[in-house]
Design a protein around this ligand. Structure first.
Ligand code: C5P
Length: 317
């Protein structure tokens, strides 16, 4: 059994423990029917990319949370029980039968409500860091189960790499696809609410404005391209059923999608429920070039060159 506990070596002199976790892009996101529990049945291929949030925890009395970096100043990231990090702490403490005592801090580089699973990354990193701080010796399996209670994407944030997600996204099968892919992320000024985007998809389907069944189809071709193909083979297979509703709610996304291909990306798609646009590029040099072009043209609030796959939540140091 793989245990995640740090051992004393990972606890810094001041008693703190840090873990980081990556953002994700869904290279394939097929949304099935709405289930009775309010979630949609998904088939998705997750790719973890090199944009990391870091969660640092230290001994404390009760729980406290501070946030710095992306979204901290404008209040986009709550610092109380609404934050998934806080809920992760309560859940792990209850699971392990230990008091929920920790001073927690999140350093964000992943923007909030961007379709990049930033909140899920924070929750996954918190589980790993607190497991080490509290010596709860949870297995990866235990943490995965807690992660699924916290949110559909949290198990993947823990897992990292490339994975096929089914169920509501929380049931993972690892995919052996170590080939590096390079991306440029175009980040919008204002976030989009995930439930709103799913609801908009239901509405578009009801009105017959998009096919009632998933337009993205099966993930087979994208999995083959991820394993072995050149980047342009993958570019031809990118698909996201949430793109149409995200564009419907935020028409300027059309301009963003056009901008990434105009700047030289092989293909662009909305990441998850958006509004981040992910442009797949040929290699690292192309990523730098496309990012420089996009940074200059002002379509996006911020532009980041990233690559994947990268590992999931892990202790730092
Ligand atoms: O699981 P998570 O908390 O990230 O989901 C946020 C919301 O996104 C859900 O409450 C639901 O409205 C929507 N969702 C969905 N189907 C999924 C995942 C999320 O409808 N498979």
């Amino acid at each position: 059994m793989t245990r995640t506990s740090a051992g004393p070596g990972r606890i810094a002199g001041d008693g703190s423990v840090a873990a980081h976790a990556p953002a994700k892009v869904n290279v394939h996101l097929a949304v099935g029917p709405l289930r009775a529990d309010g979630f949609h049945e998904l088939t998705t291929v997750y790719l973890a990319v090199s944009l990391l949030d870091t969660v640092t925890v230290r001994p404390g009395e009760g729980l406290s949370l501070t946030v710095a970096g992306e979204g901290a100043a404008d209040g986009a990231v709550p610092t109380d029980a609404r934050n998934l990090v806080w809920r992760a702490a309560l859940l792990l403490a209850a699971h392990a039968g230990v008091p929920a005592d920790a001073a927690m801090h999140v350093d964000k580089t992943i923007p909030a409500a961007a379709g990049l699973a930033g909140g899920s990354a924070d929750a996954a990193a918190a589980l790993v860091a607190l497991d080490a701080l509290w010596g709860t010796r949870a297995t990866r399996g235990d943490l995965s189960e807690l992660a699924a209670e916290l949110g559909s994407d949290v198990p993947f944030s823990l897992h990292g790499g490339v994975a096929l997600g089914t169920g509501r996204g929380e049931l993972l099968s690892p995919v052996l696809a170590r080939r590096r892919t390079d991306w440029v992320l175009g980040i919008a000024g204002e976030g989009l609410s995930t439930p709103t985007v799913y609801r908009e998809l239901d509405r578009l389907r009801e009105e017959g404005r998009v096919p009632a069944e998933s337009a993205a189809g099966t993930p087979d071709a994208v999995l083959t391209a991820l394993r072995s193909g050149p980047a342009d083979a993958l570019a031809a297979e990118l698909a996201n059923d949430l793109q149409a509703p995200a564009v419907g709610l935020r028409p300027e996304l059309r301009r963003g999608l056009r901008a990434v291909t105009d700047a030289g990306a092989l293909a662009g798609l909305v990441s998850g429920s958006g509004p981040t646009v992910a442009g797949l590029v040929a290699d690292e040099d192309a990523a730098a070039q496309v990012a420089a072009t996009l940074s200059g043209d002002g379509v996006f609030r911020a532009v980041r060159a990233v690559h994947g796959p990268v590992p999931g939540a892990r202790l730092v140091g």
